[in-house]
Design a binder for this molecule. Structure first.
Ligand code: ZN
Ligand code: ZN
Length: 241
């Protein structure tokens, strides 16, 4: 009896391990660096081949082709177009992706004014903006975004932009974080709708409540981890002044 139990236990452990590693292998995160702001665009796909496109910043035809060809060559099926927030560098490819793959746009409703203003201020940055379509659905705080077999938890993280959200995958222990946290830095708060105290509060309550090993995929520059930023971030880490 004892040995049977042990054997069952061992088998369960092997099965669990097998299932987890199988799922772990199949979630794929692909990033691209696009436009003059060096913005990170993300495509997240799983074993069903369904994918979501987050913050398509592709601006030139070459960048548009790079993103579209990745999706087509890997036989991915885009099912959702998501923005963490609607600053110009994150939405330059919205119209291209929406049309190319027949997708509706999903944003948090507090960022709608940001989206609508982008076309007007784009020329200030020297961009001829291909106007983004308006959203077909608003993303809610704390909801679960689903595609394929994958779940992304939404957390509402205003401060850099009024309707900023992040997307968390707990299985892969990763965050698609837009411009909230950066490697040893934080998002700027001097743009319309920005507020430093709101941003610091978002980081402390929505991101620093995650385990230290969660990888934070940022809107610009290298990825980081929750643990690294808790310790070393000069604005919100342990030794922040
Ligand atoms: Zn931004
Ligand atoms: Zn940005």
């Amino acid at each position: 009896m004892f040995s049977v139990k042990i054997r069952l236990f061992v088998m369960n452990v092997i099965l669990l391990h097998f299932q987890k590693s199988k799922l772990t292998i199949m979630l794929n995160l692909q990033s691209f660096v696009f436009n003059g702001f060096q913005e990170n665009t993300y495509v997240l796909s799983d074993e069903t081949k369904e994918c979501v496109i987050i913050d398509p910043g592709c601006y030139t035809v070459a960048e548009q082709n790079q993103l579209a060809n990745f999706i087509i060559e890997n036989e991915l099926k885009p099912v959702r177009l998501l923005n963490t927030h609607c600053h110009i560098d994150h939405i330059l490819g919205n119209n291209f992706i929406a049309k190319k793959f027949n997708l509706g746009l999903e944003i948090h409703k507090e960022d709608l004014p940001v989206l609508l203003a982008t076309t007007d201020y784009g020329h200030l940055y020297g961009f001829t903006v291909d106007p983004s379509p308006e959203p077909t659905r608003f993303i809610e705080a704390d909801e679960i975004i689903r595609f394929g077999n994958t779940e992304l938890e939404v957390r509402f993280t205003p401060g850099h932009a009024p309707g900023h959200v992040v997307f968390i995958n707990h299985l892969e222990r990763l965050v698609i974080n837009g411009d909230v946290l950066f490697y040893n830095s934080i998002g700027r708060t001097d743009l319309p709708g920005g507020d430093l105290n709101t941003l610091l509060n978002s980081i402390k309550t929505q991101l620093f409540t995650l385990p230290d090993d969660y990888v934070v995929h940022t809107g610009h520059g290298p990825s980081t981890t929750i643990g690294n930023e808790k310790k070393y971030n000069p604005f919100v880490g342990e030794n922040a002044s």
